[in-house]
Design a protein around this ligand. Sequence first.
Ligand code: TLP
Length: 351
Amino acid sequence: MKTIDLRSDTVTLPTERMRQAMYEAELGDDVRGEDPTVNRLEELAAGLMGKEAAIFTPSGTMSNLLAVLAQTDSGDEIILGNEAHILWYEVGGAAAVGGVIMRTVPNNPDGTITPTALRETIRGKDIHFPPTTLLCLENAHNRCGGAVLTPDYTVEISELAHQNGLLIHLDGARIFSAAIALGISAVELTKPVDSVCFCLSKNLSAPVGSLLCGTKEFVKRSRKYRKMLGGGMRQSGIVAAAGIVAIEHGIDRLIDDHQTARQLAQGLDSIAGIGIKPENVQTNIVVFEINKGLSAVDFIKQMDAKGVRLSYFGKSRVRAVTHRMINGLDIDEVLNRIRGFMKGLAASGTL
Ligand code: TLP
């Protein structure tokens, strides 16, 4: 039985072209700024994001942490959505390492935070208050089911933040998915923000890495913090080479992952016991509910035994992520296995 792994697009393996590029990569000591392949990747990334400079980091988590460190002081308050990846899955690094308070405002199901909520959350200059200095956005939004923030929204919320003296960091781990879904270039989504990071090792299939982009001064500060955190890498051109291939050849095909995600969502919608709104699926993330009778943990365990790997997203919430190693036939197979399992449950009276 073939195992079909929908836990995350992070499970994608490098392509043959990436392995070849890694083999042939020209290398140097990147801590000294002497790795030509890393330098090329950073230039390419800065250009794509419309920023002055970029820094290659080992992970999205480190990029987000550097963005906080380089744009706040210890004791500041940063604002982020209550479903933000930075809040949920980054081990509290912003607080533990950066010494900042993470103040949340509700994320709407479409990944946005309401301007009024932001306005009401930004603190004034009262002596008792910590300074509010950074707003973090996320696009596409992981915990909001891959939802996409539009350029108009990004401009509106960024203007509000800037008017109140805040900088804006965008966690754009899957920014190219958002751009492809909207049919625009990524720069349309990154123009209004001060810093942005995107990942190579998720939907773009590279083995390692993320790029953090912003002004030259910001990147210089981030470079110092990356070294402090132990993220200064030496001949990292070996992995940067795969990243260049990912950018040059991996972006246009993301549309295929959105198609398989829609196929999955539509199929799930026809299965009794599963709750989903297929019209909300915009990118490669599909979040659905297991209706009463079974917990998400049990559902995932049972499907795992049937060769379908999914991830936990809440008591009754399950996440599936489509990616380069999944095609339409795999999705048909996933749907057959889930349908069969749910039918079995209904027959046994569990549903
Ligand atoms: N997300 C992973 C897990 O951590 C949940 C996944 O499987 O989706 N920002 C966003 C929006 C992300 O989705 C992720 C990874 C990161 C940052 C962190 O990237 P890495 O894993 O490279 O540290």
